[in-house]
Design a protein around this ligand. Structure first.
Ligand code: SF4
Length: 455
């Protein structure tokens, strides 16, 4: 059925003849996907930069329910939800994986209609990218953009474009940007492509996600910092954002105020290192929430650094309404862990401080890294059992090999898949586990964890 009115509208700069920049968050193509307060945060900061540089901006988020709420599964009260999906034939490289492959998000027809109805047409379309193995969704989105707005210039950026730059060049974009848009060379390149002189980067470039495109959001996001000073060998954080930068707390506070004013009560932190230097940012932000008696649910699905869970931080997080607590333990084998982000004593103290502050054990989910190259099942099991013994809920996070990280070469050696093909980075196929994904093994782990949790 054809949509009756344009669902995407421009946010006008007020200046006649301004360049029009449309952001597109493409579909996910995968074996599984779930919306855990997902927003294309990087793309939203890019739109903010263009908007504050005098452009008209708009967003089409193919993974958001607003364009077609009736097709979306009901969201939970906190904003999390499943996505609508359509089963697809598997890409031939994945034909032997015993799982259903799907496209998640808005239907293709409704997406194309929404884009065709957009008036006036964009000059530049920014397509973002997340997981490296989701690139089929980008191919599909770019094809749709070429068909519906053929005159627009297409610029591809984001995580996949940064980590698999050479691969991304083969897609049909006019420009591929590697790294943050606020990097001066990237900023100039995009303006050059539009045939304009690049204006100076706006203040706080890269730190303000423009969430105003979502008219009736069930949640909002908070970006307090970019980057992470730890360089864990399995993580891409430092490749995507070299260095570490914290936002001005007043910016974060004014964002919370604005979003609270339009009825939003669930906020998700998008930081990799939220707890670092809390006196600069986290304390003033949380103190504002507490002092003004805002009744919020705060979510931290990106693991918190346990070593920074001091009594003061935990107490304030609790008072301010932290509801979703995820800890990055990864392994209980502290002697042989691959990173240096956590020691045994820090782990024990961090958990004790959370409990002391009033968090309950059942609400604390602990990420356990599984499927690392050379890792034994015994190590994963020991870690999961240790969490269960402490009354905490372990969640297995299967390893995804990421190009450019220290562990990638080792992953190549042990994987049964040719990892030059990004489809094989998918953690749903257990790329570095001998024999790959198995339903029997999957069920065994699930049973072990859920039986212990429910005991
Ligand atoms: S501490 Fe977390 S975010 Fe930082 S590098 Fe390690 S895994 Fe990545």
């Amino acid at each position: 059925m054809r949509l009756k009115q344009p669902l995407i509208t421009w946010k006008y700069s007020g200046k006649p003849g301004s360049p029009r920049v449309l952001g597109v968050n493409p579909w996910i193509y995968d074996f599984a996907a779930y919306n855990v307060w997902s927003r294309p945060a990087g793309l939203l900061t890019c739109l903010d930069m263009f908007s504050r540089s005098g452009c008209d901006t708009a967003l089409i988020d193919l993974m958001d329910r607003e364009l077609s709420p009736s097709d979306w599964p009901e969201a939970k009260k906190t904003g999390k939800s499943r996505y609508p999906r359509v089963g697809l034939p598997k890409p031939s490289a994945l034909r032997n994986i015993p799982r259903q492959f799907s496209r998640y998000g808005l239907s293709r027809q409704k997406a194309a209609d929404a884009l065709s109805d957009l008036c006036p047409k964009p000059d530049l379309v920014l397509v973002t990218s997340l997981m490296t193995y989701w690139y089929p969704g980008i191919i599909s989105a770019i094809r749709m953009i070429r068909e519906t707005v053929p005159q627009a210039i297409i610029c591809l950026g984001g995580i996949y474009a940064t980590l698999c730059f050479e691969h991304a060049l083969e897609l049909d974009a006019d420009l591929v940007v590697s790294g943050p848009l606020e990097r001066p060379d990237n900023w100039s390149m995009v303006w050059d492509l539009m045939g304009k002189n690049p204006p100076p980067l706006p203040e706080h470039a890269g730190m303000i996600p423009d969430t105003s495109f979502y008219q009736k959001p069930g949640f909002s996001i908070l970006m307090c910092s970019r980057g992470c000073p730890f360089k864990c060998p399995y993580c891409a954080s430092s490749l995507l954002y070299p260095g570490f930068r914290q936002a001005d707390p007043l910016l974060v506070i004014s964002h919370i105020k604005a979003e609270y004013g339009r009825g939003i009560r669930d906020f998700c932190f998008y930081d990799d290192a939220l707890l670092l230097n809390p006196e600069n940012l986290l304390y003033p932000v949380l103190e504002f929430i507490v002092k003004n008696n805002y009744k919020l649910r705060l979510h931290a699905p990106n693991a918190l650094h346990v070593r920074y869970l001091t009594p003061g931080v935990c107490a304030l997080l609790k008072k301010a309404g932290l509801t979703t607590v995820r800890l990055g333990l990864e392994t209980i084998d502290f002697q042989n862990r691959k990173d240096s982000k956590l020691g045994l004593e820090e782990w024990q103290k961090g958990v004790a401080n959370l409990l002391q502050a009033g968090f309950v054990r059942q609400d604390i989910v602990v990420y356990v890294l599984a499927g690392l190259p050379g890792q034994t099942d015994a190590e994963v099991e020991a870690t999961a059992r240790e969490c269960l013994k402490m009354g905490l809920r372990p969640e297995l996070n299967y390893y995804s090999p990421i190009p450019g990280t220290l562990l990638f070469e080792k992953s190549r050696e042990v994987s049964g898949y040719p990892l030059d093909e990004p489809l094989f980075h998918n953690n749903s196929i257990w790329p570095c586990v001998k024999g790959g994904f198995s339903w029997d093994e999957h069920k065994r782990w699930k049973k072990m964890i859920s039986e212990s949790v429910n005991r």
